[in-house]
Design a binder for this molecule. Structure first.
Ligand SMILES: O=C(O)CCC(=O)C(=O)O
Length: 251
């Protein structure tokens, strides 16, 4: 665990969460997906950056990361009942400029301060360096109310080896870095939100039900086949897992 902590700084890094062979396998699989993905459309997505959306419809390489026990434990502690919201694979290409800093939860019209709504896990599949576009964060900015990062803001490039996990809360100001190297920088952001909010990406439509049927139950729940207690998200008055068949169909 790095010196930064999720509570005090709004982010933290845990090194050595996945081994080199797993990293290489996921990176190779994502390279196949990036090759079929257009460049970004604006300054936020990046003009030399590719983003793969609908990830859980396109690959099985990230299933274990999505339900990693360390992640589920952090979600329980920070958010309570949670769901996958905007999982995205990001390849920052050579020559890309830094992404504008932003807090991810600004997409929701909820005034600050508020309880945390979002937790992100960035899984670097390359070593993240200052030069290749390591995610930049403004430590402690998750506590800001109306402030925005000005020219004097402390901005930290979160350097870490591939196989680490960086957790950061949705209220933290952050953004992808500039890539001044000749090689792309690949990372996967698994973005989770409290399960009483609308998911940023609609996974129930994005991931075909036949694919969802083959997934571990916890991942099915995280994709949206779940209720926020007691019954937010029911389908025809019943638990949405009934749509997937199987024996655990209740309520
Ligand atoms: O690629 C990164 O390092 C961060 C990307 C990001 O913050 C975003 O797209 O919201």
């Amino acid at each position: 665990m790095s010196a930064a902590t999720l509570e005090d700084d709004g982010y933290c890094v845990v090194e050595g969460v996945i081994d080199g062979e797993t990293v290489a396998g996921i990176r190779a699989e994502l390279t196949r997906l990036f090759d079929a993905t257009p460049l970004g459309r604006d300054d936020f997505e990046g003009h030399r950056t590719r983003r793969v959306y609908a990830l859980f419809a396109k690959t099985r390489a990230l299933d274990e990361l999505a339900v990693h026990p360390m992640v589920l434990d952090a979600l329980d502690r920070v958010l309570g009942p949670a769901q996958l919201s905007a999982p995205t694979a990001i390849e920052i290409g050579p020559g890309e400029r830094a992404q504008p800093l932003h807090p991810d939860d600004a997409i929701y019209p909820v005034p600050r301060p508020h309880p945390e709504l979002v937790v992100n896990v960035m899984w670097p599949l390359d070593d993240f360096t200052k030069d290749n576009g390591a995610t930049r964060v403004v430590p402690g900015s998750h506590r800001w109310i109306d402030e925005r990062p000005g020219p004097d803001a402390e901005i930290v490039a979160v350097t870490m080896p591939a196989g680490s996990a960086m957790l950061y809360v949705g209220s933290l100001w952050h953004g992808g870095g500039a890539n001044a190297t000749p090689r792309s920088r690949v990372g996967v952001v698994l973005h989770y939100a409290v399960s009483w909010l609308r998911q940023v990406e609609n996974h129930v439509l994005a991931v075909p039900p036949d694919v969802v049927r083959g997934l571990p139950e916890r991942l099915q729940e995280l994709l949206g086949y779940n209720v926020y207690p007691p019954f937010l998200g029911y389908v025809d008055g019943r638990h949405p897992r009934r749509l997937l068949g199987g024996d655990r169909a209740t309520r």
